[in-house]
Design a protein around this ligand. Structure first.
Ligand code: NDP
Length: 585
């Protein structure tokens, strides 16, 4: 059910189509390539440029500032039917489906002090979803809830997660402030044994790796960062004691923020409005489009019929049929023509983003530095109305490192081009380790095989969810699954499938369900085939979408066959379970 405002916006204003020669587009593509090559030359080490093992002096960047003191408890020694590693959206929406199917014994084991995952950890000022909340928040039909805004704030999303956990009785067995350290299959018992950093020894028939796709904060390896004498933190561990709840304690502070991704774009406006001075250290600009936010119309909300969210979702994945003219036009185009047409449309969009910057940012040099030179979707697109105007404030300074990044920090602050920027507070908006879900804790399957060893030559899964030799283990949001801008769409489809697999085992009296090596092999080939279809990732500027420019990783990425095809494949697998799974009673 679209809102009346969405329906109005869905009809794009008539725009004059300006015909441009192909050379115009080719020149811009050349600039894209030059900007990418510049960045690749600065950081040939790819993903190794980041540190994610935040031990020793860096442990402070991962400490939970929101959960209060660690609550002492005795180690747990018991058995549950389904155990979730992680308590974010994945665990919540899958648990709801499991409850619907009569599963009673469900435990969430969560590192944080509550459920919520991303929305537990990310509490930086300005945090909100940048996917329409009517689509992004899970289980709105089931919860009878309509978000307060088109883009709900983070605090509301966290409260929604807590409400789901209450409604589905997930707090009863949940364990917080606890990190899983080992997940080991015991063939004799047909059980997973799960160890934790609190000395627990839990057993579970089924384990779901629901640790999230962007969970572990990462820091850039910057020489001297441990010498910095001011205060510092990562955006996902915002220190409100230092900044004040409304950032009021920053009025006399000089603040720096490293990184200009989706997080920084939301945090910078508040920082700019409150800090005495703000330095934004940029390596690559984000693309920033209009953020169409509004309060939910109570009349519209009151008129929603049960099942409205499911209806919205279904609508989104049904493409309107092509007209006869469109069919004819497409048939007459070669594959190269189609790629070129798509690329040119993409460039037109990015140039509109450039013009938007020019119309908002007053200083021409700053405006120029804020222009992203890459194809749309090479990096996560951002939507904000206050980010660009923040650079018109006299106290806000963009330090554009033109692809190089900050490589040195002294006692006083970051250094660029030989100049030290003395700061009171340095904020790292440098992102998160990506999609390593399922491989962080030691996972040992049948015959003592460690999942890391199995994946040494490349990830091997069925649908990105199952992997042979690891019965009753499910991975959510990992590689070899489809990619969705609205991650909840993917998680819901995976959660439904996992609940169906567990229900299938229960109905048939099976104690184990393991994907067959043949099915796994079929899916790996499917993933490889689709990954090779375009050069797009290789042509993109480095970022976490393309392993920082390391394109050799054939199968260690998403399934690129499209979300509708992924849904169809899941449906096909479910309708032929005996063919795809090896089950034992
Ligand atoms: P990102 O990984 O997107 O951004 C990290 C930033 O740090 C980049 O701008 C990167 O530059 C920069 N950087 C890294 N090293 C250096 C260095 N040495 N010097 C200067 N800059 C450096 O992390 P985010 O936390 O911003 O976002 C992660 C993801 O989280 C998003 O892509 C999105 O999926 C999600 N998110 C979603 C939101 C939502 O509303 N749903 C809101 C916020 C985040 P470079 O680009 O050159 O690598």
């Amino acid at each position: 059910m679209s809102t009346p405002r969405e329906e109005r916006l869905a009809k794009p204003p008539r725009r004059e189509r300006v015909e441009r020669p192909q050379e115009y587009y080719d020149q811009i593509k050349e600039r894209f390539a030059a900007e990418r090559d510049l960045r690749l030359a600065y950081r040939p080490e790819g993903t190794a440029q980041f540190i994610t093992d935040l031990g020793g002096l860096l442990a402070q960047y991962e400490t939970d500032l929101y959960g209060g003191p660690i609550i002492e408890r005795d180690p747990i020694d018991d058995t549950v039917e389904v155990l979730f590693i992680g308590g974010g959206f994945s665990a919540l929406l899958t648990s709801a489906r499991l409850r619907e199917k009569g599963v009673e014994s469900i435990r969430i084991v969560e590192k944080g002090g509550d459920v919520g995952g991303t929305w537990y950890w990310n509490r930086y000022p300005g945090v909100a979803c940048d996917v329409v909340s009517y689509d992004y928040l899970p289980l709105l039909d089931e919860m009878g809830y309509v978000p307060s805004r088109h883009y709900a704030p983070g605090s509301e999303i966290l409260a929604h997660c807590q409400a789901i956990a209450q409604r589905y009785d997930l707090y009863e067995l949940a364990v917080f402030q606890t990190t899983v350290t080992s997940t080991i299959w015991h063939e004799d018992e047909k059980m997973w044994h799960v160890g934790t950093d609190r000395g627990d020894h839990m057993r579970a028939r089924f384990v779901v790796c629901a640790n999230g796709t962007l969970t572990k904060p990462k820091l850039a390896r910057i020489a001297g960062m441990d010498r910095f004498q001011g205060h510092s933190f990562h955006t996902s561990r915002w220190d409100y004691d230092y900044t004040g709840q409304d950032l009021e304690k920053l009025h006399d502070k000089v603040v720096g923020i490293i990184g200009t991704g989706a997080t920084a774009v939301q945090a910078v406006p508040g920082l700019g409005a409150n800090a005495k001075e703000l330095f934004v250290f940029q390596r690559t600009p984000s693309s920033i489009d209009v953020r169409d936010d509004w309060e939910t119309d109570p009349e519209w909300a009151a008129g929603l019929e049960p099942g409205w969210q499911a209806e919205r979702r279904a609508k989104m994945f049904t493409e309107p049929p092509l007209t006869a003219i469109q069919i004819e036009k497409r048939a007459s185009m070669t594959r190269e023509d189609k790629i070129r047409a798509q690329e040119n449309a993409n460039i037109d969009y990015m140039m509109r983003i450039h013009r938007r910057i020019e119309s908002i940012v007053e200083d021409p040099a700053t405006a120029d530095a804020l222009k992203p030179w890459y194809m749309f979707m090479c990096k996560r697109p951002c939507f904000h109305n206050d980010y660009l105007p923040t650079f018109n404030r006299p106290n806000v300074h963009l330090v554009d490192t033109h692809g190089k990044g900050i490589t040195q920090i002294t006692e006083d602050g970051p250094v660029f081009d030989g100049k030290v920027y003395p700061l009171d507070l340095l904020i790292y908006a440098t992102g998160f380790e990506v999609q390593k879900t399922g491989t962080w804790n030691q996972i040992v399957g049948q015959d003592g095989v460690d999942l890391q060893d199995k994946y040494a030559e490349g990830i091997r899964t069925l649908l990105g969810i199952h992997t042979a030799g690891f019965p009753n283990l499910f991975v959510m949001g990992g590689y070899q699954a489809s990619f969705q801008f609205n991650l909840t769409d993917l998680l819901q489809v995976q959660g439904d499938h996992i609940a169906n697999c567990i229900a299938y085992a229960r109905e048939h009296g099976y104690t184990t369900v393991d994907c067959s090596p043949e099915s796994e092999d079929w899916w790996v080939q499917e993933v490889i085939e689709h990954r090779g279809k375009t050069n797009r990732n290789a042509e993109c500027t480095p970022g976490y979408y393309n392993f920082e420019g390391n394109e050799n990783r054939r199968q260690d990425g998403n399934y690129n066959g499209g979300f509708p095809a992924y849904i169809d494949h899941i449906g096909d697998v479910e309708s032929a379970m005996e063919q795809h799974f090896v089950c034992t009673s």
